[in-house]
Write a protein that binds this ligand. Structure first.
Ligand code: AMP
Ligand code: ZN
Length: 118
């Protein structure tokens, strides 16, 4: 997808604040963080949304979560963190390339409807 911003980040055409990369996934800090730690785990292959993923991508979907948990641990989120996958316009998705948000750090709300408490 040549006009997809996360494909462009994945292929290096536009820069990101990268945390981790391998053949399958890229992890980078969200440009507009809504928590003290807020990064995105993105598959390098273009998948429009979770609703567009298929069974052949089952292992890749699991890898997104495992990589997110490992990076969260490496960034010091020992108390825990929140993972969010917005899907479709009605689900709040604004970038139509599948990504897992990982949010954490002091002040994270215990309620999912509210990201931070202050
Ligand atoms: P969503 O609303 O779930 O589709 O989330 C898209 C996320 O991508 C938002 O949190 C944006 O702040 C983030 N974002 C958009 N463009 C960039 C970028 N160039 N680098 C890093 N994060 C981005
Ligand atoms: Zn894409």
């Amino acid at each position: 997808m040549t006009d997809c911003i996360f494909c462009k980040i994945a292929n290096g055409a536009i820069p990101s604040n990268k945390i981790f990369e391998d053949d399958d996934v890229l992890v980078f800090h969200d440009i507009h963080p809504v928590a003290p730690v807020h990064f995105l785990v993105v598959p390098k292959v273009h998948i429009t949304s979770l609703a567009h993923a298929d069974e052949a991508q089952q292992a890749l979907l699991g890898k997104l979560l495992l990589v997110g948990a490992r990076v969260a641990r490496e960034l010091g989120l020992a108390d825990g963190f929140r993972t969010i996958v917005n899907t479709g316009a009605g689900g709040g998705q604004t970038v139509f390339h599948l990504h897992v948000h990982v949010l954490g750090g002091p002040g994270l709300s215990p309620r999912i409807a509210e990201v931070v408490t202050h």
